[in-house]
Design a protein around this ligand. Structure first.
Ligand code: PFF
Length: 451
């Protein structure tokens, strides 16, 4: 990073920003969460709705966050304070920080599972096992306490270490080189998956919409997944936006990052669902889906031993470039607003998130019987953050840019003070003012039974 305007550190190149924003967006959300939510939500119809939400709501919210961050030149909370002094808008930032804590807590649980699967792959643990054995292996792992907690701690420590040591930019550059390999691997796995006997049912499940399964909770799930996957609604991209230099084109960044994120999610779907059906597994089995499906695919691939190791390592790295963006939301707030040192802020935030995360991890084991409103502790954290706080944050963010900010300021920020030609500006403002807030409000309030 280099020192940018106002003496803040900033990304030095367009390359750096795309790496960081795409690094944040592409992660477990695409490869772990997307397939299982599609599976839970009945397949094809969900996918279509999801795509609609990405275009109509996701890209505008992402752009709005970048605008707020670059104009505010502060963390998620500080940017609102600066752009709307004396007003309550900073509460959107507070909500984002709460969401960041919750997401980091359960993200580290699942990222920890990925680390366990790196070790299992190295030990050739899947060899000769049928799909029943592989499912049993997963159950016996996540229902223990010690190993999942250990891996969660390791992952959280890695996240904190990257934030602390300032190697973030280095990591993002590596990620830029490594992520194309992840995509390549997913393509190879997708090919293997769709050539398995019985794979057609999986493709039909993913691509043939059956709208009879759509209800308000499916709509909410699609909304939550779109926000989670794009890293929007809690200020991660406000924070990153504040590190972006004046000469970068925020509109292009939003479109490119959203496109890449969506393609990778679909690719993950194409790798997973044909195999789910070919191996007679259950598409709606929940958060364990990829861990019970993917080892079966590797077993059917020449060189599967090596593929499985590389895949889980790359998935862990993709998770890291996302988790650092989540922790950064909290750390940037604590250093800028509470004037803490970066070290103290990082250690405190990571420790607190780990503490909450312990309960989340154990909710797949000894605490699996503890339910709150019919959800496990993991379920509560995930639902509250992904399906409620992120959409609500996104709603307020578009209202802020569409209604509160001056139109000339929005135009100025998008066009880099008139240097760039911007197309469709009026259409964008229309979306920010009317379409996005109304659509988010309808889905959110309908599913909560408020309307
Ligand atoms: N978008 C990340 C993923 O798909 O894995 C997760 C995430 C990162 C969510 C940052 C929210 C966020 F602010």
């Amino acid at each position: 990073m280099s020192v940018g305007s106002e003496g803040r550190e900033g990304f030095t190149s367009r390359f750096g920003i795309i790496c960081a924003a795409a690094g944040s967006a592409i992660g477990l959300g695409n490869i772990w969460r997307f397939p299982y939510i599609v599976g839970d939500s009945g397949g094809g119809a969900f996918l279509l709705i999801y795509l609609g939400f990405i275009i109509l709501l996701g890209i505008p919210v992402m752009l709005s966050e970048l605008i707020i961050g670059r104009r505010g030149q502060r963390n998620a909370l500080g940017s609102f304070k600066r752009l709307a002094p004396g007003k309550s808008w900073y509460l959107v930032g507070v909500m984002g920080i709460v969401a960041a804590f919750m997401i980091l807590a359960f993200y580290s649980t699942i990222a920890g599972w990925t680390l366990e699967y790196v070790i299992k792959s190295l030990g050739n643990a899947f060899s000769g096992k049928d799909s029943g054995d592989i499912s049993a292996m997963f159950t016996s792992f996540h229902s223990q306490a010690f190993r999942p907690l250990l891996w969660q701690l390791v992952f959280m420590a890695m996240t904190a270490w990257i934030i602390l040591s300032g190697v973030q930019k280095g990591i993002e550059k590596y990620a830029k080189i490594l992520m194309p390999f992840l995509v390549l691997l997913l393509i190879i796995m997708a090919i293997r998956s769709i050539t398995l006997p019985g794979a057609g049912a999986g493709l039909r499940f993913l691509f043939q919409p059956d709208f009879s399964v759509v209800n308000s909770s499916v709509l909410l799930a699609a909304l939550g997944q779109a926000f989670f996957s794009l890293s929007i609604g809690m200020g991660a991209l406000i924070t990153y936006g504040s590190y972006i230099k004046k000469q970068n084109n925020l509109g292009n960044i939003s479109v490119e990052v959203s496109l890449a994120d969506t393609l990778i999610a679909i690719l993950a779907g194409v790798a997973i669902f044909p195999a789910v059906f070919a191996f007679g597994l259950d598409p709606s089995e929940g958060p364990g889906l990829i861990y019970t499906v993917l080892p079966n695919i590797f077993q059917q691939m020449p060189g599967g031993y090596f593929f499985s190791i590389i895949f889980f390592v790359l998935l862990a790295i993709a998770a890291l470039t996302s988790s650092i963006s989540i922790l950064e939301v909290v750390v940037a707030y604590m250093t800028e607003e509470l004037k803490m040192t970066r070290k103290k802020a990082t250690i405190m935030a990571a420790t607190a998130a780990f503490f909450v995360g312990i309960f989340c991890t154990l909710s797949f084991g000894v605490l699996s019987g503890t339910s709150i409103g019919g959800l496990t502790i993991f379920g509560v954290l995930d639902f509250t953050a992904s399906n409620l706080l992120l959409p609500l944050g996104g709603l307020l963010i578009v209202v802020f840019v569409g209604w509160y900010m001056k139109r000339t300021d929005v135009r100025d920020e998008m066009s880099n003070s008139g240097l760039l030609k911007i197309r469709l500006f009026n259409a964008l403002i229309f979306i920010l003012r009317f379409i996005a807030p109304v659509a988010i409000a309808i889905v959110l309030f309908d599913s909560l039974g408020i309307i």
